[in-house]
Design a protein. Structure first.
Length: 461
């Protein structure tokens, strides 16, 4: 009631207002300045903010975008939003640092778009971030506490080419309420306690055909992924996010081509390893629980028992070379990257299709010498060959573009087929494996030639 005296207000409340009093009050109110109101925004208020993260082949788990959900569609009418209109800050580990904004655009869902169409309105504003920022990581040994860790502030108005206000800048920053990780979010979390009381956590992807019709007669392959030693933990997450192994088998394009269950167990802390080997999956307690988990799962889900595949990297590949000789009639095929094992057991697995790969200059698991007195992949393949398996070998650079990498893989596979060989061994030329020579697996699971080969294998004749 700005501009009305206290006496007038009391008179109005008492119901004794005269015509002149009302006239004086109306005049005073008309003369008073209007209260300031916030500038209208064409998209309306922001409702919720989420981080969009991604598991990458080489840089592990990264925060790659922010998605802000608005009440109304963001209609740019042909306009473009400059990255400088938004500031994004990550507060992690007690330190605050800016993220680099690379692109901003509307979308119809909380996901990034390789070819955003500025003409198409959407209720989500996608703020893409440079994945190579030093503080882009989403996890260390364990996932980082990302909820409400990011602050997003708009520092410049967003307008259409005609000048209409779409999003108004302001001093208030929003923080993320959610964290979205495509594909990873499609895995359910669970745990399994074996007959001895030992517990393994696991994550499970279930094919959409099974989810829609769980009672149907269709049986699906099962891919069992064995993580590396760095993912031994109690978080039931980093076996998915530290390396793109399980995730690549569950991504939509791969599932459309090869629908399958994907089972990703995780070894718990403290590392329950017996003896000096120290390779996690070779621990008798872990190995026994894993076998029992696989057996239990195949009896409770429509799994094609003739198409169970083992896939592993580093100590996970060591687990493969340890597990296959003990269960030579369980698995249809295996992919083993940067592993090591016991050459004396290779004679038991000459019939199993295997595609192994390893960087020649690997300093963590040496190509020939391996670890803990157990030889590397090169030595194991020689032992397998001496036991009667025909090995088809190839060598090329690990940093080739995807198309060239797959072309080399296809040529190797064609040679193997002509020779009626079911064991293939790829070596990567020294100095060509990015990040670390040990990380030979970055292209393995993205390689459609290798994955198609894997799913072609069956224990059936």
């Amino acid at each position: 009631m700005r501009g009305i005296t206290r006496r007038t207000a009391l008179t109005i409340a008492a119901g004794t207002v005269t015509a002149s009093t009302l006239s004086d009050a109306a005049t005073a109110a008309a003369d008073a300045p209007a209260p300031r109101r916030p500038a209208a925004s064409g998209a309306g208020p922001a409702l919720r903010t989420a981080l969009v993260t991604r598991v990458t082949p080489r840089n592990n788990w990264r925060v790659t975008a922010v998605a802000i959900h608005y009440a109304n569609p963001i209609a740019l009418c042909g306009g473009v939003i400059p990255p400088s209109a938004f500031q994004v800050t990550a507060d992690l580990g007690g330190q605050s640092a800016a993220r680099t904004v690379s692109r901003v655009y509307p979308n119809t869902a909380a996901r990034t778009n390789a070819l955003p169409n500025a003409e198409r309105p959407g209720r989500y504003l996608i703020i893409e971030l440079d994945p190579d920022d030093a503080n882009a990581q989403a996890s260390g040994t364990d996932p980082l506490p990302l909820h409400r860790a990011y602050a997003i502030r708009q520092v410049a108005d967003v307008r259409t080419p005609g000048g209409d206000l779409v999003l108004a800048a302001g001093p208030l920053a929003t923080r993320n309420d959610d964290v979205i990780t495509p594909v990873v979010d499609d895995f359910t979390a669970g745990s399994f306690t074996d007959s001895t009381g030992f517990e393994l956590a696991f994550r499970l992807y279930q094919p959409q055909g099974f989810v829609r019709s769980p009672g149907a007669a269709t049986r699906y392959p099962l891919v069992v992924t064995l993580h590396g030693g760095g993912e031994v933990a109690d978080n039931n997450m980093t076996q998915l996010t530290a390396n793109r192994i399980a995730v690549t088998f569950a991504k939509p394009a791969r599932q459309r081509r090869h629908p399958a269950f994907v089972l990703a167990p995780q070894i718990p802390l403290p590392r329950p390893m017996d003896g000096p080997d120290g390779t996690d999956w070779t621990d008798p307690k872990v190995r026994a629980a894993l076998v029992e988990l696989i057996d239990t799962f195949t009896t409770r889900r429509p799994v094609d028992a003739d198409r169970i595949y083992l896939v592993g990297l580093s100590s996970g590949a060591r687990g493969i070379f340890n597990l296959l000789p003990r269960h030579p009639h369980t698995f249809a095929a295996a992919l083993a990257t940067a592993g090591w094992g016991d050459p004396s057991t290779m004679g038991r697995i000459t019939h199993i299709p295997i595609w192994a790969d390893h960087s020649i200059d690997d300093p963590v698991v040496p190509y020939r010498e391996g670890r803990f007195g157990k030889p590397g992949t090169w030595t194991l393949m020689n032992a397998l060959e001496s036991a009667g398996a025909q090995i088809t070998r190839g060598e090329w650079a690990n940093d080739l573009p995807k198309a060239k990498f797959e072309a080399r893989s296809r040529a190797l596979l064609n040679r193997a087929r002509r020779a009626e060989s079911h064991v293939l061994f790829t070596s990567y030329t020294p100095g060509t494996t990015p990040v670390s020579p040990h990380f030979a697996w970055a292209q393995t699971y993205e390689n459609d030639v290798v994955i198609d080969w894997l799913f072609d294998q069956s224990r059936r004749p």
